[in-house]
Design a protein around this ligand. Sequence first.
Ligand code: HEC
Length: 97
Amino acid sequence: MICAASLVSASDGKSLFDTNCAKCHGTDGKGATKMGMKAGAKDLTDAKVQAELTDAKISTSIKEGIKEGDKTKMKAFPDLSADDIQALVGYVKSLKK
Ligand code: HEC
């Protein structure tokens, strides 16, 4: 059962990512999309980038977005539920090469 449950949340994470995040981060997380390159999205599959990511940091970035001064680099996703965010955190971490 534990296995089945984690499989379900992993696939939810992927579909949530494809829907909400892939526009900038790419379905592969590398950020090599037009919008991603313009916005300066990092390669989320890069071990160096992943080394700086904690679960808390990822979930805060999703909930509150990322700003540099008053410029929004990554928009916030206030409508995602705690479960959705948890699934996305797991998915982002699974992108590590
Ligand atoms: C409008 C484009 C855009 C969208 C949509 C977007 N991001 Fe981002 N994201 C960025 C940019 C740009 C950065 C790099 C910001 C920086 O250099 O600190 C980033 C950084 C990140 C980071 C790593 C940096 C950190 O401090 O946490 C994670 C993880 C992340 N995004 C996850 C997501 C997830 C999950 C979604 C979907 C819910 C998402 N992003 C949607 C543009 C976007």
